[in-house]
Design a protein around this ligand. Structure first.
Ligand code: CUA
Length: 361
């Protein structure tokens, strides 16, 4: 009997919570009102079933409670009842799924005039790419990734030379223009998700996925990764800034092309070392801006006298850096835990990395 009352209270509290909760979706900022409608349909149908079934259970608990002189009767089956339940359940499930199929079909079929934007996910940041004047994105592959080519574009594909690159976590988009988002990953599963646009899509390594939307409200929206993709997953945040079309055109015109980026990287002697600091995970413990990390910052490190644990000092010169990177456990630097793992590097890589550390003044 008490359980029946608990069930009724649960239903009333759930409905009231749904009606009065402040935790609701952020205001819609894209064309996808149908996403919200689908969500509403799901909430109404599942909510209705929840209310009816829970109240029915409460009723039977009360109606068939134990009483003196009453005895349960055994009824092995009831075909009529079963048929009715099967039909009601089937209609309910079809009503839940069918609207989603229509909306999803729309969601992955962009209008002809949609502008193409590529979203590139990698542990743990976002990059974006627009096709150049030819309207075509050049081919790409993770094996082309290097300091001079962080997007991994195929250098032999002529269609890629004029692609414009956004080497930044913020993408700008023009207000009111449909965009076709092409998604690609360099490493593991990610998911590009902007709640205000009601749009998200998994990014599967080795595959290209896509969806489209039209931004309908200017503003800056957070784009988050919605698939657990490693320790840096919560930091994998980007932004989409929706601006007036004229502002967008001006911004896009100022973006570097793939060809220009390669030329610039080729003339930057430190690019190789900077890329190694990232790819060999040095940057996880060593900053280059002077801020504290697990290990000493590289800013001003070269030429410094470092104190050794247990007394004595050592001069940070090229010979010391080489020796220490090859065999980090050989010396114990005062003030830092002795936790650096040996990093496998070729001689060429070691030279590039040491040059990069030297340059951090
Ligand atoms: Cu990428 Cu989570």
């Amino acid at each position: 009997m008490a359980i029946a009352v608990v069930f009724v209270v649960l239903v009333v509290a759930s409905v009231l919570f749904h009606l009065f909760t402040p935790w609701w979706l952020p205001p819609l900022a894209s064309n996808w009102k149908t996403m919200d409608d689908t969500l509403q349909i799901t909430v109404v149908i599942t909510g209705l079933f929840f209310v009816v079934i829970t109240l029915f259970v409460a009723y039977t608990l009360w109606r068939f409670r134990h009483r003196e002189g009453h005895k349960a009767a055994y009824q092995p089956n009831d075909h009529r009842l079963e048929r009715r339940l099967i039909i009601i359940t089937s209609v309910g499930i079809a009503a839940l799924l069918a609207p989603g199929l229509w909306v999803y079909a729309d969601y992955v079929r962009p209008p002809r005039e949609a502008m193409t934007v590529e979203v590139l996910g990698q542990q743990w940041r976002w990059r974006f790419r627009f096709p150049g004047a030819d309207g075509k994105l050049g081919g790409s592959d993770a094996r082309f990734v290097s300091a001079a080519n962080p997007f991994g574009l195929d250098p032999s594909d002529a269609a890629g030379a004029d692609d414009t690159l956004v080497d930044d976590n913020e993408l700008r988009l023009p207000l009111g223009k449909p965009v076709n988002m092409i998604l690609r990953s360099h490493d593991v599963l990610h998911d590009f998700y902007v709640p205000q646009f009601r749009s998200r899509m998994n990014i599967v390594p080795g595959q290209v996925s896509s969806f489209w939307f039209t931004p309908m409200k200017a503003g800056r929206y957070e784009a988050m990764c919605a698939q657990l993709c490693g320790v840096g997953h919560p930091d994998m945040r980007g932004f989409v800034r929706v601006v007036e079309p004229a502002d967008f055109d001006a911004w896009r015109a100022g973006l570097p092309s793939f060809a220009a980026q390669r030329t610039a990287a080729a003339s930057d002697p430190l690019a190789r070392g900077r890329e190694l600091a990232q790819s060999k995970a040095c940057a996880g413990c060593h900053t280059v801006d002077g801020s504290a990390g697990v290990g000493p910052t590289w800013k001003g490190l070269f030429g410094k006298q470092e104190k050794l644990e247990g007394g004595g000092t050592v001069q940070v010169d090229e010979a010391f850096l080489r020796e220490f990177i090859r065999n980090p456990q050989s010396r114990d630097i005062a003030g830092f835990p002795n936790v650096m793992p040996p990093v496998p590097l070729t001689d060429e890589e070691l030279n590039a990395l040491v040059d990069y550390i030297k340059a951090q003044r």
